[in-house]
Ligand binder design. Structure first.
Ligand code: 26W
Length: 855
């Protein structure tokens, strides 16, 4: 696909991948004027790599270091070796693209529009998919360099907040691996998600600077630049007797410049492109102003334009409604649509056939402005009638919803839309008018129904509802787990669903096993390969073969030893980053995800406090030793979430310093959770905490990564936990608490929290300890905002689920003491998680939403 894009681009004047890389002018290696395709290793070398391949790689890396980076072997730092290795590998990815399944114009392409791509590091992924891990290790060893250290020198591409962004990255990898012709579109943020540090237990945010030393993977495509308008006014002109045309005259324009990242699939058979847009001003520096001494004012217009791709919004759960955010959304959506329309015209001529050759997936409502923008482009730049444009739009767009939380459902003030996107606001009004008119024709014009299905919310000031807009403009709408999709039909989209019951479909999320099993856990992968054969690398359903050895004591011992080794390594990382010593023999209990009240880290911390109190009261009891490990970022403006981090840190301090509980309980908050930190924690986890209030976690994907790696889940019947239970078996997962229906019923009973606290002496004592200042002697009232919320509102039903959570945790303590049964369950988790591969998700999307061929 990279190659295909390039050949299509060539016709339209874009650069070729084999042309000079953006990074630096590439001086060809002295002995070859035209670089020949590099020898490829077999995807998974069983034996040592061939000496020729190692030599070729070594010389390529050395040449990149010297000629592309201008560094000597002696002066090179790890970061330089990383860049040289990436550049050498990128050449091979280009070769793979040119020779792969994406080399021709495909019948149909998928366009995945996402404001977030949480990719992480690319080197080990690319090496693994090209089968070049061992050859590169040997090549670097020849140069006196360690591959592991080079991999660690790569900054994470962290252009996302959490689940939604990571899902986009897993889907991109799976589409490439399945040879689905696809292109991802997003924003090339200068600064991804902030770097988190803890200062006396308080979260501090610092800017993240992944591009500080350039990005060796990307190709800049300045020739693929589009103009994006903002503001201004709309005029009309008459065309014949019956047609009025409207023309938008933006007050301001910004350039969107393409940067391409290649996404190489498994065994290098197919390469797709992730195209990220950078905002560049088209305004010249105002020289007269500059010369008059107004140095800042002379570049203010440019700074305003370029702010669009400066930083990722760090909130994952509340629509903050700021103008810059809407500018980002429109900027990348418009650039992507213009780009794909241009490509379609170049390849096929008429846009009438767009739905036959393109499927566009909107990742949440962030690109929902695509609905009026595609209408506008079709009508105003390509002369389609309203009806034809509407047909094309609604046959091409699809929308994935990722959350039911009301505060996360995007709406934009009509006033802001009118000011920033006046033409789009007119189109939205007309879409809505036709939509309500259809309802009136069906006799559905009662005020309540109109208010429910209207795209404009009139109840909180006038606002455009982006979810209903995306729903109405899409061919298919999907939820991300069975429960979540069912809830979409009965809650947020109840009324729209009734108008078209076919539109909502379920597509349960998945994860790419290449990153989350093969790369993150090579030891477990080796065990699987040894047991069921190498085909497990291509077909995860072969993991089932592990069921047979779950009964084999020797295999269990090896599986447990594998885990132990990873726990030792994680213990080293914990000591290095927090100074806390933990025992790898203890049960590693992990909760790693964004910090949010609905995810209920607070439930886990309160249970930790209760356990601490219980150990102190019965010091002679044979307690199961546990290490509670937390990691995750809080949105910088989310005060309660930041206080939860502080509470975890304060509890950790007291517990870890108390000799009475030594050897039984430790608490760790690992700072700066990221994709690469997840890769270290997940293979070392024994217990996976998935304890959200039922009905609130749309799916979860960390739950899948942990279960695949053999951590047992303690969870509520929420999101994909339900499907995980169905797959691994009820006896291999620990379920507790209210289900979604129970939550709905209980939330309707006033005073539930008071009764829960009064009915649970253990919970009452834990809350009292927190309120007494036991963990914050310097500021006893510090955590009142948290405990007051529990006592007086408890929106997330933490108090109600507490006792059952305590019960199941003690059941887990007992289970840990029966190692044979524990490891049997762990192995069965690995054996039965194949269905959660994002390859399965992508096949389902391909067949049931996109109508595109796989492979
Ligand atoms: C407008 C602010 C904002 C930004 C991001 C609101 C909401 C979001 C996302 C929808 C949050 C998110 O990442 N949702 C997660 O998506 C995952 C992938 O589908 C699911 O597994 C998680 O359950 C869901 O919380």
């Amino acid at each position: 696909m990279l190659n295909e894009t390039l050949s299509a681009s060539r016709r339209t004047g874009e650069a070729d991948a084999s042309a000079t890389p953006a990074q630096a002018p590439a001086k060809p290696a002295p002995e070859k004027a035209t670089p020949a395709p590099k020898p490829q290793a077999s995807a998974v070398p069983k034996a040592a790599p061939s000496p020729e391949l190692v030599v070729a790689l070594r010389e390529d890396i050395r040449a990149k270091l010297i000629y592309a980076l201008g560094k000597s072997v002696e002066a090179a730092r790890e970061r330089d070796w990383f860049a040289a290795t990436a550049l050498a590998l990128r050449d091979r990815i280009v070769d793979a693209a040119r020779g792969g399944t994406g080399a021709q114009v495909p019948e149909k392409r998928v366009y995945y529009l996402s404001l977030e791509f949480l990719i992480g590091r690319l080197l080990s992924d690319a090496l693994n998919n090209l089968g070049l891990v061992e050859a590169t290790r040997a090549a670097l060893r020849d140069l006196g360099v360690d591959l592991g250290e080079v991999e660690e020198a790569e900054p994470d591409a962290a252009l996302g907040n959490g689940g939604l962004g990571r899902l986009a990255a897993c889907f991109m990898e799976s589409m490439a691996s399945l040879s689905i012709p696809a292109m991802g579109y997003g924003i090339r943020y200068d600064h991804g998600i902030f770097r988190q540090s803890l200062e006396d237990g308080w979260q501090r945010e610092a800017p993240e600077t992944w591009l500080a030393e350039g990005n060796p993977w990307e190709f800049a495509r300045p020739e693929a630049t589009y103009t994006i308008g903002f503001g201004g006014h709309v005029t009309m002109s008459a065309h014949g007797e019956h047609h009025i045309r409207r023309h938008w005259h933006p007050a301001e324009t910004v350039n969107a410049v393409a940067y391409d990242l290649p996404v190489v699939g498994w065994r290098g058979r197919h390469v797709n492109t992730l195209r990220l847009w950078k905002a560049e001003s088209d305004a010249p520096v105002e020289l007269a102003r500059f010369n008059a001494g107004d140095h800042i004012g002379a570049v203010a217009g440019r700074a305003r334009a370029e702010a669009i791709s400066r930083v990722l919004y760090p909130s994952d759960s509340s629509a903050e409604g700021q103008e810059l955010r809407l500018r980002q959304e429109y900027f990348f959506t418009s650039a992507s649509l213009q780009d794909l329309l241009r490509r379609h015209v170049a390849e096929r001529g008429s846009l009438r056939s767009l739905p036959d050759h393109a499927a566009i997936q909107l990742n949440d409502t962030h690109p929902a402005i695509a609905v009026p923008e595609l209408m506008r482009l079709l009508m105003e730049e390509h002369d389609f009638s309203w009806e034809d444009a509407w047909h094309i739009t609604t046959s091409t767009l699809n929308y994935t919803n990722h959350t039911l939380l009301p505060e996360a459902l995007e709406t934009w003030p009509v006033e802001l839309m009118e000011r920033l996107l006046p033409r789009h606001m007119q189109i939205i009004y007309l879409i809505n008018w036709i939509h309500l008119e259809e309802q009136a024709k069906l006799g559905r014009n009662e005020a309540e129904h109109v208010a429910a299905v209207s795209l404009i919310d009139e109840s909180h000031g006038r606002r455009v509802r982006m979810g209903p807009l995306a729903f109405h403009g899409s061919h298919r709408v999907n939820g991300v787990s069975a429960l979540h999709s069912a809830l979409l039909k009965t809650t947020v989209f109840k009324d729209l669903h009734a108008l078209d019951p076919e539109r909502i479909v379920n597509k349960t999320n998945g994860i790419t096993f290449r990153r989350w099993l093969h790369n993150a856990n090579p030891e477990l992968t080796a065990l699987a390969v040894e047991t069921v054969g190498e085909r497990v690398l291509d077909d995860p359903s072969a993991l089932r073969g592990l069921e047979a050895v779950a009964e084999d004591p020797e295999f269990r011992t090896r599986y447990a030893a594998m885990r132990k080794a990873r726990k030792k390594e994680l213990a080293r990382v914990i000591a290095e980053r927090t100074g806390i010593a933990v025992d790898p023999a203890a049960l590693f209990d992990v909760q790693i995800k964004r910090i949010h009240e609905y995810k209920r880290q607070l439930l886990n911390i309160i249970e930790t406090v209760a356990l601490y109190q219980a150990i102190k009261m019965a010091p002679l009891k044979d307690w199961t030793p546990r290490v509670k490990i937390f990691a995750g970022k809080a949105a910088p403006s989310y005060v309660q979430a930041k206080l939860i981090i502080k509470l975890a840190s304060d509890v950790a301090k007291v517990v870890n310093d108390d000799p009475d509980v030594a050897g039984r309980l430790k608490v760790v908050f690992l700072p700066n959770y990221s994709v690469s930190l997840a890769e270290k924690i997940i293979p070392a986890a024994d217990l996976s905490e998935q304890i959200s209030t039922a009905g609130m976690e749309a799916s979860g994907t960390g739950n899948m990564k942990l279960a695949l790696n053999g951590a047992l889940t303690v969870g509520t019947l929420d999101g994909a936990n339900i499907e995980i239970k169905d797959h691994v078996g009820a006896e291999n997962i620990f379920i507790f608490g209210l289900d979604a229906a129970g939550v709905q019923a209980r939330a309707a009973e006033p005073g539930y929290m008071t009764r829960a606290i009064e009915g649970s002496p253990r919970l009452a004592a834990a809350l009292a300890a927190i309120e007494s200042g036991l963990f914050s002697p310097d500021d006893p009232g510090r955590f009142r905002p948290l405990t007051d919320e529990l006592r007086h509102r408890d929106h997330y039903l933490t108090t109600v689920d507490f006792d059952d959570y305590w019960r199941v945790q003690r059941e887990i303590d007992a289970a840990w003491k029966r190692p044979a049964a524990w490891w049997r369950s762990a192995i069965l988790n690995t054996a039965r998680m194949a269905w959660f591969s994002s390859d399965r998700s992508m096949r389902e999307y391909a067949e049931e939403i996109w109508n595109v061929k796989v492979g």
